[in-house]
Write a protein that binds this ligand. Structure first.
Ligand code: FAD
Length: 325
């Protein structure tokens, strides 16, 4: 029997998350290589625009579940919708991007279906009767080889692991009937408190500027904001600064924070502790700015600038502005 891959398309504020398109692109590749199919599923309060947009990313079929309950992420209805979708579609592999949302439901979904789950993979391939791949563990010090058999296998994949490939197709769009009563909700969402609505999502950002303990005051944070703004980058921070209250904890990058994989990461006043590196080692190009030439971050940097950030950032930002204008 041919392999049927199904990618869950994560949507935020009506926009498809790039990390889901990366997973879909990889599933398309595998379907072509192994002679299977690669479908996508969209679960949202409004699916038509998203389904149309998805056509340019090459799925062989698109499934949708639409209900007002999906305006915000709620575990119970999402779990039920995905359970129903898996029953209807009977995929052999269900792939998610590794996001807060998928962390919330992946394990529960696998338990519900008495199936295997391989979370947070950095590579995956079809194996004989299942999925195999790689998964960074112990703050990425060790890469474990993992494999699960059975059908379906539920997996999630770290952002930045694969490129997005466009390939216009004309897939059939199938709506899966679904109903959900608010009475079934054990948790009521009362309010979403967003730290900042204009902030660039670190998981999706093409460029990230990360501040470390070397950024000591308001003047330093202002320079970080300016640099991020000229590069249209997301702002992140080391634990030294989130713990000190200088940056919101949601901006922490690392083992106990977010894992980012932008095209460009600039670490400013960050030493490069292993726990921080665990969250940014997958970045395509790493630039480090540090006054200590022996700082470990230079060991993993593609470009290094040794200097006092308060002195080197202002001319650096000015030059970038000139290039941009
Ligand atoms: P420091 O290590 O103090 O480095 C500051 C750097 O700034 C130095 O290299 C210094 O040379 C440079 N500097 C100082 N002044 C200037 C200047 N004017 N111009 C240029 N450079 C300057 N950390 C994380 O980041 N994320 C995590 O998720 C995380 N999880 C952890 C989990 C555990 C279980 C543990 C034990 C630790 C964790 N840590 C984490 C903490 C981690 O070990 C480091 O302590 C932390 O990353 C250090 O942050 P830093 O690089 O900003 O500070």
């Amino acid at each position: 029997m041919s392999t049927q891959l199904l990618t869950y398309i994560s949507v935020n504020d009506g926009k498809i998350k790039r990390s889901s398109l990366e997973v879909l692109s990889r599933c398309n590749q595998l379907a072509e290589k192994h002679g299977g199919t690669s479908a996508a599923i969209v679960i949202s309060d409004s699916v038509s625009g998203i389904a149309d947009e998805l056509k340019q990313y090459g799925p062989s079929a698109i499934y949708t579940i639409e209900d007002p309950i999906f305006k915000n992420h709620l575990n119970t209805p999402l779990l039920r919708a995905m359970s129903k979708a898996v029953e209807e579609i009977q995929p052999s592999v269900v792939a998610f991007a590794s996001t807060e949302g998928s962390k919330d439901i992946l394990g529960a979904l696998a338990a519900n279906k008495k199936a295997a789950a391989l979370p947070d993979m950095s590579e995956f391939e079809l194996s004989d009767g299942g999925v195999k791949g790689k998964r960074p563990v112990m703050a990425s010090k060790i890469i474990s080889a993992v494999e699960a058999t059975g059908s379906p296998v539920f997996i999630s994949v770290r952002s930045g692991s694969y490129d997005v490939a466009e390939n216009e197709t004309n897939p059939e769009i199938t709506s899966i009937p679904f109903s959900f009563s608010d009475d079934d909700l054990k948790i009521t969402l009362r309010e979403i408190i967003s730290a900042s609505s204009d902030r660039i999502d670190l998981n999706e950002a093409e460029a990230v500027v990360a501040a470390g303990r070397g950024v000591k005051d308001e003047e330093g944070r202002e320079l970080i904001s300016e640099l991020a703004s000229v590069l249209n980058a997301g702002i992140g921070a080391s634990r030294a600064l989130t713990e000190a209250g200088a940056y919101d904890p949601s901006l922490q990058i690392g083992q106990t924070g977010k894992v980012v994989s932008p095209q460009l990461y600039i670490g400013v006043g960050i030493s490069g502790a292993i726990q921080h590196v665990a969250g940014m080692a997958n970045s395509k190009v790493v630039v480090a700015i540090n006054k200590d030439p022996d700082a470990p971050i230079f060991d993993i940097a593609d470009y290094g600038l040794v200097g006092d950030l308060y002195k080197v950032l202002p001319p650096f930002i000015e030059e970038l502005k000139k290039v941009k204008s």
